[in-house]
Design a binder for this molecule. Structure first.
Ligand SMILES: CCCc1ccc(-c2ccc(S(=O)(=O)CCO)cc2)cc1[C@H]1C[C@H]1c1ccccn1
Length: 240
């Protein structure tokens, strides 16, 4: 089959992002600060600025009972669910469907006063990862979102400031088989979720405003998204 021009970049960025997401906070270099904690969810960020703009890398780890990594990645990747869980989304357009696991999106996010409204163009790729370590262990699933250009939607041509982001959602399913040999139910599965993101806000926005937005929005986003997946899957057969 003929390769799509984006494919080499998709493959390279996915491998690079998954490698980083697998690293523990301690291995990810210094300067990570825990800025939000809620039950099993822990959110870390590193304060970084590029040309005076806040580009704080974020890394969140969460363990959610009753869902699998395949299910989490399906609900994160598939555009038909996005308006249900992405509260800051104003509009989403699928610019290109490259394959059943790779799409290009244009999204405008709700304006955060006093910053101007933002939009983003990114490719999104979902992939099952071979479980290198223990053969019989459940697979890992990932979705990587990475900013890309669009000739039909040039940056900063309209009212929105174009942002640039790289996001990696890495999911590892855990199965705790019941002692008495009864069939596996949702009580016997859980998913370890690692969410990494680096967002360049594009144009200038006050560091204090951006950091306040991230501090408020990221915990809300991950809690709302995972609760949504639990609710959507609770009466469905488990998708490993
Ligand atoms: C000035 C920066 C504004 C800003 C930039 C970027 C994003 C953003 C875009 C995409 C993704 S995602 O993980 O790829 C899921 C697909 O939508 C997450 C976050 C959100 C905000 C704004 C709306 C705020 C926000 C921040 C963090 C989480 C959710 N929303």
């Amino acid at each position: 089959a003929v390769q799509h021009p984006l494919w080499p970049e998709v493959d390279r960025v996915v491998k690079q992002q998954v490698t980083m997401a697998k690293m523990g906070i301690g291995e990810c270099g210094t300067g990570w600060q825990l800025f939000a904690e809620d039950g099993e969810m822990k959110m870390y960020r590193r304060e970084e600025e590029v040309d005076g703009m806040v580009v704080d890398p974020l890394k969140a780890v969460h363990v959610v009972k009753g869902i699998t990594g395949h299910e989490v990645c399906n609900y994160f990747f598939n555009p038909k669910y996005r308006y249900d869980w992405e509260t800051t989304l104003e509009h989403m357009t699928v610019l290109e469907t490259i394959s059943d696991d790779t799409m290009v999106f244009l999204q405008t996010h709700k304006r955060i006063w006093p910053a101007s409204q933002r939009d983003v163009v990114f490719w999104s790729h979902m992939r099952k990862l071979p479980n290198g370590q223990d053969r019989d262990g459940p697979d890992m699933w990932t979705v990587v979102n990475n900013s890309t250009e669009s000739s039909e939607h040039p940056a900063n041509a309209g009212k929105c400031v174009r942002i640039y982001l790289t996001v990696c959602l890495l999911c590892q399913t855990r199965v705790h088989p019941p002692k008495d040999g009864t069939p596996i139910s949702r009580d016997n599965v859980s998913c370890k979720i690692t969410y990494c993101s680096v967002v360049n806000p594009g144009g200038w926005a006050p560091a204090s405003v951006l950091r306040a937005v991230y501090k408020r929005e990221y915990p809300k986003f991950l809690k709302r998204f995972t609760a949504y997946v639990v609710n959507q899957t609770k009466n469905q057969p488990i998708l490993f």
